[in-house]
Each structure stands twice: as structure tokens, then as C-alpha cells.
Design a protein around this ligand. Structure first.
Ligand SMILES: O=c1[nH]c(=O)c2[nH]c(=O)[nH]c2[nH]1
Length: 314
């Protein structure tokens, strides 16, 4: 065996842990469905370099801990809090584990309305977009001084507007075939992530590793639900209202609105594929379908798409 090369990075754990939880308040039920990924870093090098499994918490055990906390954690209904709890538990429990990285994707389950009232225990999937959070629990300053670095967001929120979007004055040269338009369809599948300032947490129960927030004020990761609601609302409203000069310009406005509304958010990133809709040329049958105000029939193009992304810092 060659001994060239060295281990510069090692992280492992369980991915795609699917978990569904019911929280019963009498007959009023709350449900959540998550895809969880929990990864560990620490003094685990020898498991790679010397086949030493004595430092390995089996990924199967990491899965079991995820289910244990899904059953026992008071934070299960809140993705950020649950991820913080799970990450802290792992870092506290194993002395040689210094960091945990927990990601949670929350699938949508919305209450069905019956007679204009929300049903107590019947739900439907009202969208394929995911509410996501990624939490790093850093125990390197001591196991009683854990810090959470939290990034949350949205994955795959599909939107479309049928006017209120233009694209003009771009570079024209020998490679340009795109015509300038002052009215077009704008459709994208929104990926958003926003990062909170680092967040100290306290462990309130040594055994279960129960966590609470040192600062549970408005806009912190502990208040993740309201930040998520606002970020989704701002994103959709700016998308709808903006007289878009380009995907780039609309993206920047969305990001700025989130930063200005959320003092604990330091960084906002969007990735916006430009899902093109191309008007069909109907001259073959003598119909005008190309001019902006007569374009009614379009071909949705699966590929290629533009891809516009940016990160905006406070
Ligand atoms: O909003 C847009 N930004 C671009 O950079 C671009 N490029 C392109 O071909 N169409 C568009 N639309």
C-alpha cells in the first residue's frame, strides 16, 4: 500500500433518515415529515487510516438516535430546534466527537379544510417545495459551550408569472440570437438559503441533552418558523410584484428584503433556474403568436435553463 496522501477531511453519518411524527393535543393532531441527515466530525481519523472501528459510532446508531429524539424531543415540530437538539445530543454524548452537521428537509402536510374549518387530523400535500435547515453544532470550545451555525431556506418552490418580466439591453454580438423582449413569461424553481448569526445554546438536561436557546428572541434560529414564513412570503411577493428587468435584478430585491426584515440573518443566497417558455411560431397556419401581446401558446423547455445565483451579505 502506498503511503502517499493524507486525510485532510473526514465526516460521516446517516443520510436520508425518513421520519414522520404525530404530536397529539387530545384530538387535535400535529404532524411532521422529515428527511434527516446527521454527520459527525472529530477524532475519527484512525477509522480511515488504520481500520480502527473503536472510534466509530455506527451510522445505524446515529439513525436510532434520530428516532429516539423524534420520539422524545419537545422540539420535533420545529426543524431548526430539532436539528439543534439532535446535533447537540451527538456532540455531548460522544467525547471524541467535536462537531455534528444535521440537515432536515420538511415535507409539506397542510390541514384539509372542511366547512371552512381546519380538520384536526386530515392533511394534504400542498406543494413539493421543501423547508430546509442545516445546522452545524460546534463543540470545539467545550461541550458546555456549544454554538449552532444555522442556515435555513426553501428548496424547489416552483413559480411562474405570465407578464411583468422583460429582458433587454444585454450584450449583442455575433453570438446573439435572443431577441429583446419587454414582456415574457418568468418561471423558476426557487432555492433559497439564509444564514443566521452564530447562536449559543444551553444544555438544560445532561442526560437527554435537552437544549434551549440562550437567546430565543425574534428572528433567531429558535424562532425559525416565523423567519421561514417571512422569507417565503417576501420571496413570493417580490416575485409577483416586481416589474422584473431580469432574473438577476429580481433575485437581488428578494435577498435585500429578507436581510432588511431579519436582523439575525447575515447572508441570503438564491439559485434561480430560468425556466424558459418559448412562443410557438404559428406562421405555418397564418396565425400571429410571436409578438409579446399575441403570444399565447408556448413550449415549456425542460432544458437548457438559465441558472442565476447570488449571495447577498448584510
Ligand atoms: O433574466 C435573464 N437573465 C439572463 O442573464 C438571461 N440570459 C438569457 O438568455 N435570458 C436571460 N434572462
Amino acid at each position: 500500500m502506498s503511503n502517499e496522501g493524507y486525510l485532510s477531511y473526514a465526516r460521516y453519518g446517516k443520510d436520508k433518515v425518513r421520519v414522520f411524527r404525530i404530536v397529539r393535543e387530545g384530538k387535535w393532531h400535529h404532524v411532521v415529515e422529515y428527511n434527516v441527515c446527521a454527520l459527525l466530525e472529530g477524532a475519527i481519523e484512525t477509522s480511515y487510516t488504520q481500520a480502527d472501528n473503536s472510534v466509530v459510532v455506527a451510522t445505524d446508531s446515529i439513525k436510532n438516535i434520530t428516532y429516539y429524539l423524534a420520539k422524545t424531543s419537545p422540539h420535533i415540530l420545529h426543524p431548526e430546534r430539532f436539528a439543534i437538539h439532535l446535533g447537540s445530543f451527538l456532540v455531548k454524548k460522544y467525547p471524541h466527537i467535536h462537531k455534528a452537521f444535521v440537515s432536515v428537509e420538511k415535507l409539506r402536510w397542510k390541514r384539509i379544510e372542511v366547512d371552512e374549518k381546519e380538520h384536526p387530523h386530515a392533511f394534504f400535500r400542498d406543494g413539493e417545495d421543501l423547508r430546509v435547515t442545516s445546522v452545524e453544532i460546534d463543540g470545539t470550545q467545550g461541550k458546555d459551550k456549544l454554538v449552532a451555525k444555522v442556515t435555513s431556506g426553501i428548496k424547489g418552490l416552483l413559480v411562474l408569472k405570465s407578464t411583468g418580466s422583460a429582458f433587454e439591453n444585454f450584450i449583442r454580438d455575433e453570438f446573439t440570437t435572443l431577441v429583446e423582449v419587454n414582456d415574457r413569461i418568468f418561471s423558476t424553481s426557487i432555492d433559497l438559503s439564509y444564514t443566521f448569526s452564530p447562536f449559543p445554546i444551553s444544555i438544560t438536561d445532561g442526560n437527554s441533552g435537552e437544549v434551549s436557546a440562550v437567546d430565543d428572541g425574534k428572528g433567531t434560529p429558535w424562532d425559525g418558523e416565523s423567519v421561514a414564513e417571512l422569507a417565503r412570503k417576501v420571496t413570493l411577493e417580490v416575485f409577483a410584484k416586481d416589474e422584473s428587468a431580469s432574473v438577476q435584478a429580481t433575485l437581488y430585491k428578494m435577498a435585500q428584503d429578507i436581510i432588511s426584515a431579519q436582523p439575525h440573518v447575515t447572508d441570503v443566497q438564491y439559485a434561480l433556474p430560468n425556466k424558459h417558455y418559448v412562443p410557438v411560431d404559428m406562421k405555418y397556419i397564418g396565425l400571429e403568436n410571436l409578438k409579446p401581446d399575441s403570444a399565447e401558446v408556448f413550449v415549456p423547455l425542460a432544458a437548457p435553463s438559465g441558472l442565476i445565483s447570488a449571495r447577498v451579505l448584510r
